[in-house]
Write a protein that binds this ligand. Structure first.
Ligand code: SF4
Length: 222
């Protein structure tokens, strides 16, 4: 799926920038519908919240409480974003100017000030945010080293699988008759976000769920 990226420029792995977190939390404000929560993020954050004593037991509860869906295609394909609160649209996890889920924060926050963009060749492209320019002073940061630290292998495999199958899921959803579309979207949510054993590794469950989803949607589209 094509989507427009604004306020960012493409960089290469060897691009070096200057960056220092000043603790101002500006990157966590005015973030309505800008912090995506994908299947892996939902899994990791839910586990972290449970381990931290939060009274939730599954990804569904986390998503209801902390995220909101946004439709990106009229066929029913949607993505989740973290909710925001207050007049400045603060991220729901911003507490006293700090991230309450720092060790489990979503990929978009981990790789900031960079962004990751899967490419058709199976690699990943990187972009560099042009917003909040007061961050861009301090130590030199090389894109490659930053990604090695903040964009681990499992994340790369997941993102490529997620990205590469999205067009097929969209085309199947579009072929499913209108009267069965709601059921199809429920399956979409269930397999990609909900049907996980939090005690087991994420990636193999995700890949298996993705296959099951394609199977179910293919039958519904026939
Ligand atoms: S998850 Fe944490 S780092 Fe990301 S926007 Fe929210 S408060 Fe900021």
């Amino acid at each position: 799926m094509e989507y427009e990226i604004t306020n960012a420029v493409r960089v290469t792995p060897s691009t070096r920038i200057r960056f220092k977190c000043t603790g101002c939390a500006e990157c966590c404000r005015h973030v309505k519908q800008t912090v995506p929560v994908d299947s892996r993020d939902a899994f990791q954050i839910t586990k972290y919240l449970i381990e931290s004593g939060e009274e939730i037991s599954c990804t569904d509860q986390f998503l209801v409480q902390y995220a909101e869906p946004a439709m990106i295609n009229e066929c029913g394909y949607f993505v989740y974003f973290l909710k925001t609160v207050g007049p400045d649209d603060d991220c729901i996890f911003l507490k006293d100017n700090r991230c309450a889920i720092h060790v489990a924060k979503p990929r978009a926050c981990r790789v900031y000030p960079f962004m990751v963009e899967p490419t058709a060749s199976g690699e990943h492209g990187y972009l560099y945010s042009l917003e909040r320019t007061h961050h861009y002073r301090g130590p030199v940061v090389e894109t490659r080293s930053w990604m090695k630290k903040h964009f681990p292998k499992e994340d790369r495999v997941f993102l490529q699988a997620d990205y590469s199958r999205a067009p097929l899921i969209v085309s199947l959803l579009k072929r499913i008759p209108e009267e069965r579309r709601t059921t199809a979207v429920i399956h979409f949510h269930r397999f990609l976000y909900s049907d996980y054993d939090l005690g087991k590794p994420f990636l193999e469950q995700y890949l298996r769920n993705q296959e099951k989803l394609l199977e179910v949607l293919s039958k519904m589209a026939d």
